[in-house]
Write a protein that binds this ligand. Structure first.
Ligand code: PMT
Length: 220
């Protein structure tokens, strides 16, 4: 049974968005609801895995049997994921900010008379997945996600290679019925020498199919 293949394994899942604070009242965020990552964590726990869910700011209940660590920013998610290593598998479904303000303003940024714009200086965040991939405690299987609006296979395979992943699950964003916020999704999963299309289906169902594939690739 595919489910049994994950029993007893330690699996870290990231989910949801990150919020990058601009000042005490504003932040840069994204539309991730956490549904995809939470469904994966729930399915893995049902299969008997020891699951840690590192969650950005979302309004979802913690799945049964899952240990949840809440974070807000990309930097916090980075530290929380690394604090959970070593692990057997890391599945990165979170939509981590690629950029964060260079400085968080200590007070609310005010509109000034005569200024018709505001320039924010952003700096790159650390790439959690890419850093986990080269860490001595690298999990046996690293699964990334790729949110793409077009040219899905090219970009997803590019991320698979650049981030040194074992699997990448690509989904289309910016269309109805998949990606951010939706209850449903469709995944194109790529690995070196293979690919599999999963869905369209509810995210709960896709989580099961993705874990079947994860179990297969662990055995491969
Ligand atoms: O949360 P939902 O509403 O259910 O939506 C699900 C989803 C669309 C968010 C999810 O299926 C998804 O695609 N997650 C990844 C979104 C994303 O940030 O993709 P990316 O192509 O920008 O990043 C590629 C991979 O690198 C991702 O696994 C991401 O977690 C990881 N990453 C990115 C930036 C960074 N600084 N550190 C990272 O680890």
């Amino acid at each position: 049974m595919a489910g049994a293949a994950l029993a007893g394994l330690r699996i870290v899942v990231s989910a949801g968005p990150t919020y990058e604070d601009i000042d005490p009242v504003r932040f840069i965020g994204n539309r991730s609801s956490g549904k995809m990552g939470f469904a994966i964590a729930a399915a893995a726990a049902r299969r008997g895995a020891d699951v840690v869910l590192v969650a950005g700011p979302v309004a979802l209940p913690t799945p049964d049997g899952v240990h949840r660590v809440d974070v807000r920013s990309a930097a916090q998610m980075h530290d929380a994921v690394f604090a959970q290593l070593p692990a057997d598998i890391y599945i990165a479904a979170a939509a981590v900010a690629d950029f964060t303000p260079r400085q968080v303003a200590p007070g609310k940024i005010k509109k000034r008379d005569g200024e018709d714009g505001l320039t924010l200086e952003l700096v790159r965040t650390r790439d959690i997945l890419a850093e986990v991939a080269v860490d001595p405690r690298r999990p046996r299987l690293l699964v990334g996600f790729a949110a793409e609006t077009g040219d899905v296979e090219t970009y997803a395979r590019g991320k698979l290679a650049k981030k040194k992943l074992d699997l990448i699950a690509a989904n289309r964003v910016g269309v109805e019925g998949s990606g951010f916020e939706s209850d449903d999704n469709a995944l194109a999963v790529y690995w070196n020498g293979g690919e599999r299309a999963l869905g369209p289906a509810p995210k709960t169902e896709l989580a099961e199919r993705l874990l079947d594939l994860v179990a297969e690739r662990l055995r491969a």
